[in-house]
Design a protein around this ligand. Structure first.
Ligand SMILES: [Zn+2]
Length: 79
């Protein structure tokens, strides 16, 4: 189990150092959020998808916003 934990934390460190390069600010994230959520719900490719996903992985606040946006849009399209 200890070797498994060691591998996990190394992966986390690697993904952190790799992923901080094209860093979006929360402001930029908020600007892209609507179209990102719409694209996710529509099943199309979101604009700046990679940048958004990097930010959302590191920012629980924005992640929650996107989650509730997606849930809202899914409710709308279900009506
Ligand atoms: Zn954020």
């Amino acid at each position: 189990m200890t070797s498994h934990q060691g591998r996990l934390s190394r992966d986390v460190v690697e993904s952190l150092t790799l992923d901080t390069e094209p860093w979006l600010s929360c402001e930029e994230c908020f600007d892209l959020m609507d179209s990102y959520a719409e694209a996710v719900v529509a099943g199309t490719e979101p604009r700046r998808r990679h940048d958004m996903e990097v930010h959302l992985r590191a920012c629980p606040a924005c992640f929650q916003e996107v989650e509730s946006l997606v849930a809202l849009l899914q409710q709308d399209s279900a009506d």
